[in-house]
Ligand binder design. Structure first.
Ligand code: FAD
Length: 287
């Protein structure tokens, strides 16, 4: 099923997972998927590392297992920056063979040690290419606080409109910790004529190292109440985890109440956290 269809009938709850490291067996994913299946996500997306060090063959294998062994809808991430057109065609054929209809088409983060291939400079070029070469549902990334490389919100939204016009069916946001960024972004997108569903990407932050990485990588702003929470619980991992879950639940309750199209939960391959959040919000999904 094309996941964009889901938004016509409900507020969506989806999960993101990442493949195990190259040195780890893919079998470790199956216990994670066993647990996530019980939470009835509308789909699960599987990341693909643009940097070259990740276990990228595993993306197809895991996305295929989600769809064909677990009977859930899956989305395969596909960052184009270090791939040639030939590579992408090869990957698209693999997805077709496995019945995977949904692709999150990305540029990928630029690794200073790897010269970009040059075939796909921006995600919009990859979106057009995928559109030409198959009947896929195409998802793209968007950034409520602006993409870190972008010099203005206006240019960022113009580029996003271009990406949607190229064939994007659905959007998923970068994580944010202050919902007001999401609402302001939603308004800018509507003004720009972007009318595809926009899922809010929510990451439960459960340790200090994780958030430091996110701030460096994604340039996400830390609201005062979030910083105070970190300071209060940073030396108590269990309290920090529970506070991080409660913070994410608070964000989700507000987003659902405001009629968000869907929530994409960055699970960090941690079924415990996904389960606690699901338990807190699943009745909202049915309401
Ligand atoms: P683009 O849409 O190409 O945008 C990148 C920058 O270029 C932006 O600043 C944009 O404004 C600008 N731009 C776009 N078009 C033009 C143009 N025509 N002219 C000038 N400037 C332009 N990375 C991975 O490697 N693997 C993953 O699995 C992965 N999953 C992700 C999932 C989500 C939900 C999100 C939000 C991000 C994910 N990323 C992943 C990270 C992503 O690859 C990076 O954020 C990357 O820096 C940008 O990717 P993009 O697809 O948004 O790029």
């Amino acid at each position: 099923m094309k996941t964009a269809e889901l938004f016509k009938i409900k507020q969506v709850l989806s999960f993101e997972i990442f493949p195990p490291k190259r040195t780890a067996s893919i079998d470790t994913m199956y216990s994670t998927l066993d647990e996530l299946k019980d939470l009835h996500p509308d789909f699960i997306s599987v990341t693909y590392g643009a940097g070259g060090s990740a276990n990228n063959n595993a993306t197809l294998e895991i996305a295929s297992a989600i769809k064909n062994s677990y009977g859930m809808e899956s989305v395969a991430h596909l960052p184009g920056i270090n791939l040639s057109q030939e590579d992408v065609l090869f990957l698209l054929n693999g997805l077709k063979r496995n019945g995977i209809e949904n692709i999150l088409a990305l540029r990928g983060d630029i690794n200073p040690d790897i010269k970009p291939c040059g075939d796909f400079k921006y995600a919009s070029e990859l979106v057009s290419f995928i559109k030409e070469h198959g009947n896929f549902n195409i998802i793209s990334a968007c950034y409520p606080e602006g993409h870190p490389e972008s010099n203005s919100m206006i240019n960022d939204i113009r580029n996003l409109k271009h990406k949607v016009d190229a064939g994007t069916d659905q959007l998923i946001t970068q994580l944010f910790l202050d919902n007001s960024y999401y609402y302001a972004f939603q308004e800018r997108a509507a003004i720009a004529g972007i009318d595809v569903p926009i899922e809010a990407g929510i990451m439960p932050v459960v340790n200090k190292k994780q958030i430091e990485r996110m701030v460096t990588l994604c340039g996400v702003n830390l609201p005062k109440k979030f910083v105070r929470m970190m300071e209060r619980y940073e030396d108590n991992p269990i309290a920090m985890r529970d506070a991080g879950i409660a913070y994410a639940v608070d964000q989700i309750v507000d987003l659902f109440a405001q009629g968000v199209d869907g929530i994409h939960l960055y699970t960090m391959n941690n079924p415990y956290i996904a389960q606690k959040i699901y338990e807190a919000v699943y009745r909202l999904l049915a309401a």
